[in-house]
Ligand binder design. Structure first.
Ligand code: BGC
Length: 905
């Protein structure tokens, strides 16, 4: 046997190991956030990242100290809390355990650690958090509503509210706490407060309304000041959920705000909303999420949020009896403008109109600049696609007008962007533009919940790379304070099933923990007494209890837990999870087979197009019973983690009994399922409802079906699981075949059709370029993007060990195949960067792996131990423990970077 040695100078590959290597603590986070203000968690979780230039570094102990004054912390005196030296590897979600905190207190903290090499870090940089309004009684402000004439059957001009006030000099700190029913934008002394959009966010408004906290010190003057608030209909009372639905939570817009000003001399004052505020309508004539905004610049109220503005014509406001008890601090990330796109082309589309192509199906709006005459009106109508004649196509937006109109005041260059509407679009038809429209007149303002990016994936196939791009843009476009199904038609709702199937992929690509945690609380708040979970959260449809959709209430907390090792999400959602299981118990009844009731099933699965095939319809009872067993099993694991042993036993047994009922009802002795579909076999295998020979036979049935069709036939519930199921059952080649396929139905078919986002349907646009039914044909629907998990986990090989959640122990298991010659992915875990990449050069496989400090990894390497080199050293001589199993080696490593080469003879 001849071994090919590849000599790579070690020095080039790795940081040199030396004694006394640098150990640092960085990236301090409080409840996942950097220096948050206005939080309401009395025991926030503190996390940090270890940076070490040594390999195999683990935290041996930590020490946290906190103070109310930053100078005290620097000097280490008058401390509020000292954890003392805690011998623990825990570096994420360490709860604050100091004295009970009061509203508005700011806590400064830092941490130092020792590692297993005996190295000690210095004290970290100082981080902080600040408490918000913790007690309802501390809301001195009142809810107010403008006394303007209203016709609640349609979108009315946006009210402007204002108030002037004087302050003293010597302002030390100032915070604005603000919320509303509707949407708000606030200004102080002519300047916008903060950069958040769509505030106060979308929650289950009857139970929970978020307030935001802003640092506004820089906006305030000594002496005369003014504050203003603009209100929009938003989700609260605008058009929502088709059917001309309006006023879902109420008919009146209202606001509550209080400005706290703390002075150097220790005094403080509060300026709050009350009925001394005045109101007026202004230039925003109508603003609606689905339909768009109409703005008349000639009606602008110049200087309205500055002191000295003449508001004699303004009307009064009145106070409203609205509970302040439902005001909560936001847990998730705010929506912001995240990036700006420049059009790729602008073409004349008629005498008076221009067709603008942003080059990317995006969500947000267009900022447009123009100069013209007073009264010139520019109309922007948005759409996602062009039809086969190249005409802009609006039909799939259904009743959403998706149109913004700007009426110029005729005063130099005017710049417009809407306030309270967003659209999902790639193309914009601009009509009425005065003059020639150039690229510099237009910007695409991309908005979404401001989550930190957490992953990258790339491989040697450009179409798959475009698929990854489309997945990420599907995510961006549908993470707008709640996880939505789509961002463009008259829907844009928090569909639970879509969220459930996409959550694992979302967590690979973005830091999505707080985004989901916030939404899950709304799910629980809206949950019906009998445990029913609604179809959409916040609930605006009333219906619920659909299998695979309602299970979001169990599956998503579990996904968040696995990704971030956050047991709080399990504790917070536990009652809601149990209620959902209770609902299924009630509905399935004693035989444990959940038949009947209304479900969406394997939504949008492949239709029959062959005369000898009845289509890929999977019986809903089978799906419902499968999910019943799966979710009960998850709740059993959650109970165990939360230390509720008796409940864990109960749910484990329930799950097993349902599993056995599933087998009795739906599985023949030869492991055929009553629905002979890919989805049926996938669910049975993925949820481990079969074992032994039945499992093998079912895998064979799945294999035969995939081979016979040569493509996927799955819908919303089967698609996210089929590739992993094939992989786990020894059919990696078929999983690659599915992902490599370019014809309909497949993931790459839309890519070949020029898609820049994930489509709702496999054939949203058919090969002849005609469209699917416009009644349901979104070109930005992330559900099928759930394949992203497989790209990260199987192709690049970054996986979670559920026994060590949050990537405390990383599974690196890339599975090259499908003709790819290279793949690489990275993921920003709570512990730092994990990366895994591989390259095939003829028979030689090279892997590059990065394992963050304070974690360990099992690295799966295809090959024999005597053909594997770790950082240039033969595995056997590297000192790294390994196991040999079925043609591969599993190396157990600590942190560090590993370049692994394998050779064959
Ligand atoms: C949505 C879906 C959703 C479905 C329920 C549709 O209108 O767009 O994504 O899950 O309804 O079947």
């Amino acid at each position: 046997m001849k071994i090919k040695y590849i000599c790579i100078p070690l020095l080039l590959l790795f940081p040199v190991l030396h004694a006394g290597a640098g150990l640092h603590v960085t990236s301090l986070k409080t409840d996942y956030k950097t220096n948050p203000i206005g939080i309401d968690n009395l025991a926030p979780g503190l996390s940090w990242i270890l940076q070490s230039d040594r390999m195999n570094t683990m935290q041996e102990s930590y020490e946290i100290r906190a103070a109310l004054d930053v100078r005290d912390l620097e000097r280490g005196r008058n401390l509020l809390w000292e954890s003392g030296r805690v011998h623990s590897p825990q570096s994420i979600h360490v709860p604050y355990e100091g004295p009970t905190l009061q509203s508005f207190q700011r806590v400064y903290w830092q941490v130092r650690i020792r590692d297993n090499h005996g190295d000690r870090s210095g004290w970290s940089e100082i981080a902080s958090w600040e408490m918000g309004v913790l007690e309802t009684g501390q809301w001195e402000a009142e809810w107010i509503s403008p006394l303007l004439e209203e016709d609640t059957t349609r979108s009315m001009p946006s009210p402007y509210l204002r108030k002037e006030f004087s302050l003293n000099s010597g302002i030390r700190q100032a915070r604005l706490y603000i919320s509303c029913h509707g949407l708000y934008q606030a200004e102080i002394n002519g300047q916008r407060v903060g950069d958040q959009e769509f505030t106060p966010g979308w929650t289950s408004y009857h139970h929970r309304v978020q307030y935001q906290t802003y640092d506004v010190k820089e906006l305030l003057n000594d002496r005369e000041n003014a504050i203003g608030i603009i209100l929009g209909d938003g989700w609260y009372r605008g058009n929502l959920a088709w059917r001309d639905n309006r006023n879902i939570w109420g008919t009146r817009l209202s606001a509550i705000a209080q400005l706290h000003v703390w002075y150097d001399n220790g005094s403080m004052e509060v300026i709050g909303t009350d009925n001394s505020w005045k109101a007026s309508s202004g230039p925003i004539l109508k603003s609606d999420i689905y339909n768009g905004e109409t703005y008349d610049a000639s009606l602008e109220l110049a200087g309205w949020s500055n002191p000295g503005y003449d508001d004699r014509e303004w009307v009064k406001t009145e106070t409203m009896e609205i509970s302040r008890g439902k005001l909560i601090a936001p847990e998730g990330p705010p929506v912001r403008i995240i990036e700006e796109l420049t059009p790729v082309s602008i073409e004349k589309a008629g005498d008076d109109s221009w067709l603008v192509d942003m080059g990317q199906n995006m969500v947000g709006w267009v900022r447009i600049s123009a100069s013209g005459e007073k009264g010139d009106t520019i109309t922007l109508r948005h759409a996602e696609v062009l039809d086969r004649e190249g005409n802009i196509y609006y039909d799939n937006l259904r009743s959403a007008e998706a149109t913004n109109r700007y009426c110029l005041k005729g005063d130099g260059t005017e710049v417009f962007e809407p306030h309270f509407t967003f659209q999902g679009f790639r193309y914009v038809m601009v009509s009425g533009y005065p003059g020639t429209l150039h690229k510099d007149h237009i910007r695409g303002m991309v908005i979404h919940s401001d989550m930190e990016p957490a992953g990258t994936f790339a491989c040697s196939d450009t179409l798959i790379n475009q698929l990854q791009h489309n997945i990420v843009w599907g995510l961006k476009g549908n993470f707008l304070d709640v996880p939505t199904d789509c961002p463009q038609r008259d829907e844009r709702l928090g569909w639970t099933g879509d969220a459930q199937v996409f959550a694992p992929t979302a967590c690979f690509n973005m830091h999505a923990a707080t985004f989901y945690k916030k939404w899950l609380k709304d799910l629980a708040a809206d949950q019906r007494e009998d445990g029913m979970i609604h179809h959409v959260i916040p609930d605006v449809l009333g219906g619920g209890g659909a299998t695979g959709w309602a299970d979001a209430g169990v599956v998503i907390p579990w996904v968040v837990f696995k990704n971030y090792a956050d047991t709080m999400v399990l504790a917070d959602q536990y009652e809601s999870m149990k209620k959902w299981i209770g609902y299924m118990e009630e509905h399935a009844g004693e035989d444990l087979v959940w038949d009947g009731d209304s479900h969406f099933g394997d939504w949008l699965s492949f239709d029959a197009s062959r005369s000898d095939y009845m289509g890929a319809y999977t019986v809903k009872d089978l799906i419902a019973t499968a999910y019943y067993s799966y979710s009960s099993g998850l709740v059993a694991r959650v109970s165990e983690i939360l230390g509720k042993d008796a409940e864990s036993v109960y749910y484990r047994e329930l799950s097993e009994r349902v599993e056995s009922a599933f087998r009795d009802e739906f599985v023949t002795p030869n492991a055929r399922l009553v629905s002979h579909t890919q989805t049926a076999y996938t669910l049975a295998l993925a949820f481990e409802l079969l074992d032994g020979e039945a499992e093998q036979l079912a895998a064979l049935h799945l294999e035969n079906d995939v081979r016979e069709f040569g493509h996927i036939t799955t819908g919303f519930l089967g698609t996210p699981l089929i590739s992993l199921t094939l992989t786990d059952h020894g059919m990696l080649d078929l999983a690659y075949m599915l992902v490599n396929r370019k014809e309909y139905p497949s993931w790459l078919y839309p890519v070949t059709m020029g898609a820049t986002t994930i489509w709702e349907r496999w054939d949203g646009q058919k090969p002849d370029s005609t469209f699917q039914d416009p009644g349901m044909n979104s070109f930005n629907h992330y559900a099928y993007g759930a394949i992203g998990k497989w790209l990260y986990q199987v192709v690049a090989g970054i996986g979670i060990d559920p026994g060590h959640p949050g990537y405390k122990h990383v599974i690196i298991h890339p599975r090259p195949g499908g003709g790819l010659t290279r793949a690489e992915a990275s993921h920003e875990s709570m512990y730092g960067t994990i990366s895994s990449g591989w390259e095939l050069d003829e028979d030689r496989l090279t892997m590059e792996v990065e394992v963050p400090a304070n974690t360990t990894a099992s690295i799966h390497i295809k090959g024999e131990p005597d053909h594997i080199f770790m950082n240039g050293t033969l595995l056997d001589e590297s000192g790294i423990d390994y196991r040999v199993m079925e043609g591969k080696v599993v190396a157990e490593t600590g942190s560090g970077r590993y370049r692994i080469t394998t050779t064959t003879d």
